[in-house]
Design a protein around this ligand. Sequence first.
Ligand SMILES: C[S@@+](CC[C@H](N)C(=O)[O-])C[C@H]1O[C@@H](n2cnc3c(N)ncnc32)[C@H](O)[C@@H]1O
Length: 273
Amino acid sequence: MPEPRDTAVYTHGHHESVLRSHTWRTAANSAAYLVPSLRPHMRILDIGCGPGTITADLAELVPDGQVTGVDRVPEILGRARATAAGRGLTNIDFAVADVHALNYPDDTFCVVHAHQVLQHVGDPVRALREMKRVVRPGGIVAVRDADYAAMAWYPASDGLDAWLDLYRRVARANGGEPDAGRRLKAWARQAGFTDITATSGTWTFAMPEERAWWSGLWADRTLASAYADRARLGGHADDRELRAVAEAWREWGTRDDGWFSVLHGEILCRKEA
Ligand SMILES: C[S@@+](CC[C@H](N)C(=O)[O-])C[C@H]1O[C@@H](n2cnc3c(N)ncnc32)[C@H](O)[C@@H]1O
């Protein structure tokens, strides 16, 4: 694989509390902006595929095509392969790759997709240039990322304010950009795209079971995950502060009035034919 590779650290890691969120994701709840552009024969590259639930949905949406999922972390690909095998998919394969230096020829894929990846990488503009290189003329680069500073919740909570401040500091110290959603269009322009459709999409957690799930996974992630380790090791928070943030999440989850919205930026970039 050509250099350079990523200099950033993936903030969340693949702890069970993180995978609880990743494995909930579907093309419907995370790639709806892309789905209308898909055709049955397409060849798709899904970068930073993680445990592969979105990747598997994409494979079902292109039954006469092929989907390749890649991730920088080899260990998570076993989980992705199991997801695909469990669904009986045969038009899907997986490989290790870094988005900054993809081991594919120019003009290979009809669609190159990345969900919640560019916020974690060291050089998102370089990543987009590389995605542009491997997509065919007339093909689409599709990217969706959360924007942490734009997340909104009710009721107000000093503890969740502290969570947001801590998360953004840890993500930036790791070399990422937690407020990526609002920057995607600018990064795509810097990468040389001229045909860009920019939209936004949300996840909302308000019903009792949604609040319990979302608050529980963030409370657990704050106490035991790569993010928690990085927060401690980087001197961003001690155990007492992490316990207070986790407790704030659990408390918010019990609120009958509770509402939480995650804003994402989305871009569909078409490569010149
Ligand atoms: C937040 S997860 C998203 C997983 C999946 N796309 C989803 O939305 O469920 C980000 C993934 O990107 C991977 N990743 C981080 N940096 C990467 C890089 N430079 N190249 C390829 N994958 C990367 C991580 O290992 C992780 O699996």
